[in-house]
Design a protein around this ligand. Structure first.
Ligand code: HEM
Ligand SMILES: *[C@@H]1O[C@H](CO)[C@@H](O)[C@H](O)[C@H]1NC(C)=O
Ligand SMILES: *[C@@H]1O[C@H](CO)[C@@H](O)[C@H](O)[C@H]1NC(C)=O
Ligand SMILES: *[C@@H]1O[C@H](CO)[C@@H](O)[C@H](O)[C@H]1NC(C)=O
Ligand SMILES: *[C@@H]1O[C@H](CO)[C@@H](O)[C@H](O)[C@H]1NC(C)=O
Length: 608
């Protein structure tokens, strides 16, 4: 009897899966039209305000048609911005034109981000819960419906390829590939440090959730993610943060001193357990270097403000300093960090006033896809060169003793000199962080991400028609073809890492065209960029406002290291952008062999 019931229900399920697959699985609605299934065999596309109409939102309205005919492709725009140096040098010095172009960059990018946010990994339709529950990352594209024939909807095989196989075949590093843009480790650690304030997955709940509920640049990685932690880190005198002095230099306090939770493996001695805003920053000395620099900067700015406002209490000095540091961060990220990444000859500008006459929402929600695409682990080298020492991963990770022994000055100098790995182009993930990359793919599957090509369409790019077109070569393309079967089933994250890089660039087209909108929206959507905040009084007057408006990576370092200050740059100094031939000599590292990745990562799996 029981067997018959099971048999019948199996049969039933089988029938449902065959004839009744959700018609939205094939993503029939184009141009950002929204698919709603009607019963089990029909669907409706909502083309409202897409600029298109018709059953599948494929027929352009007149204006849309004209615009698509006139609009240059992203690769053309990129080419223009990264060539014609003489032309840009002139243009950069004509304020009106520079402002106009910067305004266009900001609006054209940020208009691609839905604001207010829409979906999350549990809600593929608009809902109050998805809007209001800040514990979730948002989603730019809704998850693939559960009842689809394949994991990517209808394209590809019934099951995605084994994650380990994907990683080993096309992602894992064979030989270190230096970034032709000359990116330094100083950049790589800045990226990691900066982004971990808003990428803070709450693995107790799952990859769809975040602990960083301000969804943006709040400096929670310096001040702690909640008030309790912030209070433990504060000195409650002159607005300052707690610190300790070692050999005449300021460092973060120890865990024992301040009693905040930090993730260190058991063998780390008490005096090396520094405590900072983000509980995982003990992991990498590069993170602790930046944490120390920002701690010093906070206390320095407090002194400056106190000089201006001797009457201000601790609380006001602290709060105002925090706003100044947020401003400095955004300034550095746009004018040094994004400037470097972009490779543009056009000089980017942090100026919130550019948006005051535009339609722009001062709010932001971090999306899962942004987190996924920011897993730039190929940046990491095979080992770390500091002064005349070479550290392997086991020697480097969790080693704050190294931070004190070398000192911030030497770390900055060494990290500026060492080149980072290229992110796109495939086969450049160091074995030491292979597990992280595997996790990233597993989480994407768990959250039912749509395909790489769906994301390309969402961000106004043409879908790839073949694996060769994706990688720009044939060998990895053939491997991928075998693994995935269909280019429309190619996953987002592996796709980003194997994508053909732009000429002499660190990334391919998709990483930039997706990443830039999230990034600029997150930076300019900050409340300090809004008209009521963006004025000197918010920052304690002219002195504070000037600190924000003159901030750069170099001055940040110079203000906070002892003695003559070292060159601090996101670009390795003696490397030209001429391509890999000029870089190889300075970067031949020996391969990392003695390393067991699981040992390193066991300490902190799912902690970040
Ligand atoms: C030696 C260097 C590094 C190590 C050992 C490392 C290790 C890790 C680990 C163990 C995780 C958590 C993985 C998980 O359980 O899901 C993680 C997450 C992440 N890493 Fe790295 N990483 C390194 C460098 C970097 C760099 C340079 C970046 C550049 C941006 C980066 C970006 C990220 C991001 C965005 C996440 C996701 C964070 C989250 O969702 O909470 N990592 N990394
Ligand atoms: C809309 O898409 C569906 C499914 O892809 C297709 O069968 C149909 O012909 C399309 N309709 C139009 C008007 O193109
Ligand atoms: C957000 O959603 C999660 C998962 O459903 C739930 O556990 C949590 O309580 C929600 N948070 C709030 C503030 O409602
Ligand atoms: C940490 O770095 C120091 C140099 O400051 C080095 O002597 C030590 O061996 C490193 N620790 C480990 C566990 O490798
Ligand atoms: C490495 O650089 C040297 C000159 O510095 C050049 O002759 C050589 O061809 C380069 N090798 C590769 C593999 O690019």
């Amino acid at each position: 009897m029981k067997a018959i019931i099971i048999f019948i229900s199996l049969l039933h399920a089988g029938i449902l899966a065959c004839e009744g697959a959700n018609p939205c699985c094939s993503q029939p609605c184009q141009n950002r039209g929204i698919c709603t299934s009607i019963g089990t065999d029909s669907y409706e596309c909502d083309c409202t305000r897409t600029g298109y109409y018709g059953e599948n939102c494929t027929t352009p309205e007149l204006f849309t048609w004209i615009r698509t005919k006139l609009k240059p492709t992203p690769n053309t725009v990129h080419y223009i911005l990264t060539h014609f140096k003489g032309f840009w040098n002139i243009l950069n010095n004509i304020p009106f034109l520079r402002d106009t172009i910067m305004r266009y960059v900001l609006t054209s990018r940020s208009h691609l981000i839905d604001s207010p946010p829409t979906y999350n990994s549990d809600y593929g339709y608009k809902s109050w819960e998805a809007y209001s529950n800040l514990s979730y990352y948002t989603r730019t594209l809704p998850p693939v419906p559960e009842d689809c024939p394949t994991p990517m909807g209808v394209a590809g095989k019934k099951a995605l390829p084994d994650v380990k196989l994907v990683v080993e075949k096309v992602l894992l590093r064979r030989k270190f590939i230096p970034d032709p843009q000359g990116t330094s480790l100083m950049f790589a650690f800045f990226a990691q440090h900066f982004t971990h304030q808003f990428f803070k997955s709450d693995m107790k709940r799952g990859p769809a959730f975040t602990r960083a509920q301000n969804h943006g640049v709040d400096l929670g990685h310096i001040y702690g993610e909640n008030l309790e932690r912030q209070h433990k880190l504060r000195l409650f005198k002159d607005g300052k943060l707690k610190y300790q002095v070692i050999d005449g230099e300021v460092y973060p306090p120890t865990v024992k001193d301040v009693q905040v939770d930090m993730h260190y493996p058991p063998h780390i001695p008490e005096e090396h357990r520094f405590a900072v805003g983000h509980e995982a920053f003990g992991l990498v000395p590069g993170l602790m270097m930046y944490a120390t620099i920002w701690l010093r900067e906070h206390n320095r700015v407090c002194d400056v403000l106190k000089q201006e406002h001797p009457d201000w209490d601790d609380e006001r000095l602290f709060q105002t300093t925090r706003l100044i540091l947020i401003g400095e961060t955004i300034k550095i990220v746009i004018e040094d960090y994004v400037q470097h990444l972009s490779g543009y000859h056009f000089k980017l500008k942090f100026d919130p006033e550019l948006l005051f006459n535009q339609r722009f929402q001062y709010q932001n929600r971090i999306s899962s896809e942004f987190n996924t695409l920011y897993h730039w682990h190929p940046l990491m080298p095979d080992n770390f060169h500091i002064q005349d020492q070479v550290y392997s991963y086991p020697q480097f990770l969790f080693n704050n003793s190294l931070v004190m022994e070398h000192g911030i000055h030497n770390l900055v100098e060494s990290f500026t000199k060492q080149i980072a790995g290229r992110v796109a182009g495939g086969r450049n993930v160091p074995p030491a962080v292979m597990m992280v990359v595997m996790k990233s793919i597993e989480h994407s599957r768990q959250m039912r991400y749509q395909s790489l090509n769906q994301y390309r369409k969402r961000f106004m790019m043409k879908p790839y028609t073949s694996f060769q077109e994706l990688t720009g070569e044939t060998e990895m393309a053939a491997e991928l073809e075998e693994l995935y079967g269909d280019i429309d089933a190619m996953e987002l994250y592996p796709g980003l890492l194997v994508e053909k890089p732009r000429p002499n660039a660190i990334f391919g087209e998709t990483m930039v065209e997706m990443g830039a909108p999230y990034s600029l929206k997150g930076l300019m959507g900050n409340p300090i960029c809004s008209p009521e905040y963006w004025k000197p009084s918010t920052f304690g007057g002219k002195v504070g406002f000037d600190i924000v408006n003159t901030a750069s990576l170099q001055t940040l370092v110079c203000h906070n290291v002892k003695g003559p200050c070292p060159v601090a740059s996101f670009h390795v100094p003696d490397v030209k952008d001429a391509g890999s031939a000029t870089i190889n000599s300075s970067t031949s590292h020996s391969r990392q062999t003695d390393l067991n990745p699981t040992v390193i990562l066991k300490e902190r799996t799912s902690e970040l």
